[in-house]
Design a protein around this ligand. Structure first.
Ligand SMILES: Nc1ncnc2c1ncn2[C@@H]1O[C@H](COP(=O)(O)OP(=O)(O)OP(=O)(O)O)[C@@H](O)[C@H]1O
Length: 318
């Protein structure tokens, strides 16, 4: 459904200098996949999506999307895809149902086909009760769902969603996800979406593509990436910082260590066997653990292992 090779985009800044937003992305997405593109602010997620959706020409590189070339046949790509950007696509003048119908007409559907399709999408996204309201009166989550309905009106095989859940409260986020998953189940639509939210990418998408600094740095299932790149973690807290320092010194014999005040974290391949052994050695060195826990890795641990930075700070800032 998507085949991109060495896709690259740089921006010349007015005040001089160049931003290399996307630096040579290779990406293949098969029909029916649900792919989450994850990365910190400014990683190049939106720029990648905007190139794949023909909103922005690449500086270099090639891509076919839904079988059409993004550079030589942008109209062909657009007919076959839906795109829901970060900003709401609904205007304020039409009522919800009319807004979807108008979009259908813009795609060349007949009036009756546009009406039929609009109703189908309003049902799919549970927007029927809001059909005659103005978009401005909808909640954030309802408005996002309206954006998705608009993006789907021409029955695209492939839907791009740029941060569909950013800015929504957890309830509305879960609700938007429920609808995205339903869409996929009912229509088999291929979905590529960007997100800042680690947990969402982890639990909802079958494939996670992590972008940083304009490059893909990891690509796979969440579980695959975690076991391949991160490993389990042991966390021990001590009563004093001096003890934590000693615990960190011991920890390096077990795996990579990070320490924050009296908390020491050690990355190991198998926490179940490493934790008792670590505690035993700490006892020998007169270090008493106040708490000791082990955890399976998260996608943040994957990102940390790859870049030395946490995605969490970004998530909090978003
Ligand atoms: N039109 C533009 N002109 C100049 N720089 C741009 C432009 N669009 C994007 N950039 C820069 O390109 C880089 C990648 O931006 P992009 O919006 O693709 O990141 P992102 O991963 O989608 O971030 P976010 O999660 O914040 O949306 C950033 O440094 C951004 O400032």
């Amino acid at each position: 459904m998507i085949h991109a090779r060495k896709l690259t985009r740089s921006f010349k800044l007015k005040r001089g200098g160049v931003v290399e937003a996307v630096r040579g992305i290779d990406l293949d997405v098969e029909r029916g996949q649900l792919v989450a593109v994850l990365g910190p602010n400014g990683a190049g997620k939106s720029t990648t999506l905007r190139m794949l959706t023909t909103l922005l020409p690449p500086t270099s590189g090639t891509a076919t999307v839904a079988g059409r070339d993004i550079v030589t046949d942008p109209a062909g790509v657009r007919e076959r895809i839906g795109y829901v950007g970060q900003l709401s696509s609904a205007g304020e003048n039409y009522r919800v149902r009319d807004e979807v119908i108008t979009q259908g007409l813009a795609y060349g559907l007949s009036r009756s086909a546009a009406r039929h399709r609009a109703d189908e999408m309003l049902d799919l996204l549970d927007l029927r009760p809001m059909a005659s309201r103005l978009p401005g009166s909808l909640s954030g989550g309802q408005r996002r769902r309206l954006d998705i309905a608009i993006g789907l009106v021409h029955r695209p095989e492939l839907l791009f969603l740029d941060e569909p859940s950013t800015g929504l409260d957890p309830h509305n986020r879960a609700n938007v996800w429920e609808h995205v998953l339903r869409l996929r189940e009912q229509y088999g639509t291929t979905i590529v979406l960007t997100t800042h939210y680690l947990e969402e990418a982890d639990t909802m998408a079958e494939r996670v593509v992590i972008i940083d600094n304009g490059r893909i740095i990891a690509d796979g299932t969440a579980n695959g990436l975690k076991s391949e790149l991160a490993g389990d973690s042991l966390t021990v807290t001590t009563a004093t910082e001096a003890e934590a320092l000693r615990a960190a010194d011991v920890g390096v014999f077990f795996g990579a260590v990070t320490r924050d005040s009296t908390t020491v974290r050690v990355r190991v391949s198998r926490a179940d066997t490493a934790l008792p052994e670590y505690l035993r050695v700490l006892g020998e060195k007169d270090v008493r653990a106040v708490t000791a826990t082990s955890a399976r890795p998260t996608l943040d641990d994957v990102f940390l292992a790859l870049t030395g930075r946490s995605l969490r700070e970004d998530e909090v800032a978003a």
